[in-house]
Design a protein around this ligand. Structure first.
Ligand code: SF4
Ligand code: SF4
Length: 95
């Protein structure tokens, strides 16, 4: 019997999403609490956390330091991120 193998994921070699995506997730950054739930569940591993920019802080608000960011080159528009976001700050929009 042949042995199995685990191939390390390399985002640079991943196929980019074609023109077939018809909806895209958009994050309302002011509502993001940086929990990384969407990062863990995205089947294409195309969401990451980044530092919140200065102009994304709301005066008097309790904005978290990190926010989610989507890599649209690889996003296929499946909507999983919008489903799992606990504060519903991701919505799916038509391309
Ligand atoms: S729509 Fe799907 S592929 Fe795109 S960022 Fe959300 S979970 Fe990932
Ligand atoms: S799941 Fe929602 S709140 Fe959590 S990091 Fe993603 S966009 Fe932000």
């Amino acid at each position: 019997m042949e042995k199995g193998a685990t191939i390390k994921h390399d985002i640079k070699k991943a196929s980019k999403t074609g023109t077939w995506r018809n909806v895209r997730p958009e994050i309302e950054v002011s509502g993001c609490i940086g929990c990384a739930t969407c990062v863990k569940y995205c089947p294409d591993a195309c969401i990451s956390l980044r530092k919140r920019k200065k102009d994304e802080f709301i005066e008097g608000g309790k904005a978290t330091e990190n926010v989610a960011e989507i890599g649209y080159e690889f996003c296929k528009g499946c909507g999983v991120c919008a489903e799992v976001c606990p504060v519903k700050t991701i919505s799916m929009k038509k391309e």
